[in-house]
Design a protein around this ligand. Sequence first.
Ligand code: FE2
Ligand code: FE2
Length: 297
Amino acid sequence: MWAIMLKIAHISDLHFFKASFNPLQLASKRLLGNLNQLIFRRLQHDPSICFDVINQLKEEGVSHIILTGDVSTTSFRPEFRRAKSYIENLKEAGFKVFALPGNHDAYTRFAYRNKSFFHALSGAVPFQSDENLPFHLEEDQVSAHKLADNLWLVLIDTALYTSYRLSSGHFTHQIEDRLRKLLARLPKRASIILANHFPFFETVKPQNRLFGGPRLERLLRDTPSIKLYLHGHTHQQSMADLRHEELPVILDSGSLSLREYPSFNLIEIQGEDCSLQTMRREQNIWTSTKELKGICL
Ligand SMILES: [Fe+2]
Ligand SMILES: [Fe+2]
């Protein structure tokens, strides 16, 4: 039993962007990403909203922030620098911040192979597991962080470099194996929040899907201690209570930088009781759009 009070904001898909006009990249995926951003995405995203929300998070009494990926748009170094500076702002405001990469943070072959996301955010967020558990998010693609007695956050990195046509991730057999080993090392009575960039459903459009999603779904069914599954990627906020299907409650925070309806989720934990809220900005006012109470951790 823990008499704790935690308030966690789940944010995602910030998509900081800096145009790159390097002539050496004329034939690269980044060029296409730049064109896409300049023509379409700029109309959809405004990352300054990410800064505007900080006061709201303070007013809500948030203590922790979980960022489920796509901090950048084309994995360009200045985009990562902006993301890091944003995270530093969050920390200065008093929040404890966790982050994992999305497909846009492994956008080019170089960024994927060189793990640019991890180099850029090193020191800003923890990648090494707590309590000497031998799992590091950069090296092992899984990590575990103790939020409170018997409450753990587990991060997984399923980001993948793909062709321009795809926005897929991959829950590889190796990640599954490590995740099962990590889960076996957590205290038996621990409740777990699992965070990933991608949803695991097969109903997602094929080009946006997580390869290995059905195996991740099986793992979730095998592991009733995973109470919440957090993801982003779709840019569509949702909350799905799948406990009747022996799955966790699934939370998609949507995108925090969307010009129209930016969104985030709130997770409030009091003792063993957890309640959830989806928050969306409508006409410049942050509004709670859906609530789910009485989740027993
Ligand atoms: Fe995204
Ligand atoms: Fe994504």
